[in-house]
Design a binder for this molecule. Structure first.
Ligand code: 13P
Ligand code: SF4
Length: 350
């Protein structure tokens, strides 16, 4: 990265001292991650944001829903900033407030809303988390989805899992022993989600029809091809991948788990990793004693994670050091109150 920008980022960071705390998601670029005080998966970053009440500024190098969650979990006087406001998440955009309210009405008409517990993946807007809190549900991340579902099935008979159908299906079927027939997919673009009331009554898992545009591109062919190319390779994927990909993989886990598995893997072992490319490249560089390849070379970076680059970070840090808050992320108090119920429930999961 540009040495001048690196020097400017360092100088601004030093001027800010303890007043700022920089969080970096594992999918961030190397040029940005080098300035993170803590790196983590979305669960760890939410915990870390909540654990820094003394920092006046939380600089979130990640995407919008993560920064919103940080704003909800921090105190009112703390300011959360996102270095580029265009860093969204296409999956989070797949469930809007109106669509989710409409879905709940459909569940009520089918007579199942009272026995359904919403479980919202962290990758959703604050509105969706507020909906979840209002209906007694919980947020989850890829590292605690199983515990969230276990908890939810203690509260009710059915789960509405949103917005990632793959994480919901993979957790229910591969980790909790439900069958594919127990799951239905609610399509927000069709009347009644494209489902009959009877289908909704018969289902145990109602999966929202959302997906990650990056992880959704890994295919069973990617897995078969790499196994042919590299005999003995271990396939390690994120649970946002499609069901057939996760079923065919050797290990599945959140970004934090992926990092740990590769750290503990024996020297000389071979791994094909199905998650965002910045992280896979970094892990390959960090472990030259292991063969670490990207599961499918045709898949690319998460374009929104990549929007946070060094120029944006420099601009953010320099303006904060000058006392000017750019790109602050705030959630309105009513939404925040309800969303916090669902986030706190996640943080309390056993
Ligand atoms: P993690 O919870 O594993 O960090 O994943 C977040 C994400 O956006 C994956 O696409
Ligand atoms: Fe969203 Fe997928 Fe990017 Fe994660 S990798 S931030 S789920 S688009």
């Amino acid at each position: 990265s540009d040495p001048d920008l690196v020097a400017r980022a360092r100088a601004a960071r030093d001027r800010l001292g303890d007043r700022a705390f920089v969080l970096g998601h594992h999918y961030q670029r190397d040029e940005v991650i080098q300035f993170a005080d803590v790196t983590g998966d979305s669960f760890k970053l939410a915990q870390q944001a909540a654990a820094r009440p003394d920092a006046e500024y939380i600089v979130f190098c990640g995407v919008h829903f993560m920064a919103e969650s940080a704003d909800i979990l921090t105190t009112d006087h703390q300011k959360v900033v996102l270095p580029d406001l265009a860093a969204g998440c296409s999956m989070a955009d797949m469930a809007t407030h109106e669509q989710v309210e409409e879905c709940w009405e459909t569940l009520a008409e089918a007579g199942v809303a009272d026995t359904t517990v919403p479980v919202s993946y962290m990758n959703s807007s604050a509105d969706i988390k507020a909906f979840t809190g209002r209906h007694g549900g919980t947020v989850c991340t890829s590292s605690n989805a199983k515990r969230a579902l276990e908890w939810a099935f203690e509260q009710g008979e059915k789960v509405l899992f949103l917005p990632d159908q793959h994480l919901g299906r993979n957790t229910a079927v591969l980790e909790m022993g439900l069958s594919l027939d127990d799951c239905v997919v609610y399509n927000p673009h069709r009347p009644n989600g494209g489902l009959t009331h009877q289908q909704l009554r018969d289902a145990t898992m109602i999966l929202w029809r959302g997906h990650c545009s990056v992880h959704g591109r890994f295919s069973l062919d990617s897995v078969n091809d790499v196994r042919e190319r590299i005999p003995g390779v271990n396939v390690l994927v994120h649970p946002e991948c499609r069901h057939e990909v996760v079923s065919a993989a050797d290990v599945v886990g959140s970004t934090e788990k992926i990092i740990k598995v590769l750290e503990e893997a024996p020297a000389g072992s071979a791994w094909a990793v199905g998650t965002e490319l910045n992280l896979v490249r970094r892990l390959a560089d960090r472990h030259p004693d292991k063969e670490i390849v990207f599961l499918d070379k045709t898949v690319c970076f998460c374009s929104t994670m990549n929007r946070i680059d060094l120029p944006h970070l420099v601009r953010t840090l320099e303006s904060l050091a000058d006392g000017q808050v750019l790109n602050r992320i705030t959630v309105d108090p009513e939404t925040e109150h309800l969303a916090k119920l669902a986030l706190d429930q996640m943080l309390r999961l056993p």
